[in-house]
Ligand binder design. Sequence first.
Ligand code: KDG
Length: 339
Amino acid sequence: MKTVRRSLVAAAAALLLATPLLSLAQDIKPRLIRFGYGLNEQSNQGRAVRLFASEVEKLSGGKMKVRAIGAAALGPDTQMQQALIGGAQEMMVGSTATLVGISKEMALWDTPFLFNNAKEADAILDGPIGQKVLDKLPEKGLVGLVYWENGFRNLTNSKRPVTKAEDLDGIKLRVMQNNVYLESFKTLGANAVPLPFSELFSALETKTVDGQENPFNTILSSKFYEVQKYVSVTNHVYSPWIVLVSKKWWDGLSKAEQKVLLDAAKASRDFERKDTREEAAKAVNELKAKGMQVNEVAPAEVARMRDKLTRVNAGIGASVGMDLWNETQAALGKLRASK
Ligand code: KDG
């Protein structure tokens, strides 16, 4: 009888001892966040995801850990967006343009020539209008934390320099899977071919498409200079990236954990924009050094492109809502008047 009692006491003691260790183990086991992105690790996008990860680790005291997964290893933007909505993935960064199928107001940022410069972009994206567009996401199962800078987009192709819209005639131009981009480049005379970013390099390499359009940073980091000869500078649209969280997962976080992610996202936004702009300033010379031929499209020809695209703008206003469209135009008018 004594032996039984002794063994029961020993078992109870062991359980008591184990429980704190188990709960301690639970306490110190960091909350893992899978953060997917489409560009490669050496890109401006990859550097900013790593900055975000270090900020989360620092601000959470090691209780939250981000696993950065690049090069579209978790799939293209559209696949990651669905994974977030379903709760199978926690976070991603991707283009606002690929989000339009889920949240139509994102098409506002596809407007050709909407912003004249980065200052205007920062003011609108980080201001009440940018927040209004973010506020449409939770009903779709997503939480948008901040906008990063993809940048002003320029044309590349393997056939000829583009000096005017007519030079696009007959060029098979890859565009993002987005109706505004498709319509815009059809209107300018190109044969627009929508493809996910993850398929773009091979499509250029195999001549499935002749050209594409992206910011200098992406042309450099994705090594498009290996499969493209000409860069034609149009700055035809300012393209944001957006840092997204699965709402299913977000709603399970404490307020403190949500604050860690938002504060880290804001720090990563400021880092990413500075880093991207510094890299973009050097990128043209680097692309020339890699053998690309760069031409600036004359302002008069850019203005002709812009005029050709006004019909596309009317469609954007209708799809995002004229209130949002008019509010954006008014805010830009105010910014330009105050210069
Ligand atoms: O994941 C990469 C894309 O989000 C981004 O780079 C979009 O600019 C883009 C493109 O051309 O697909």
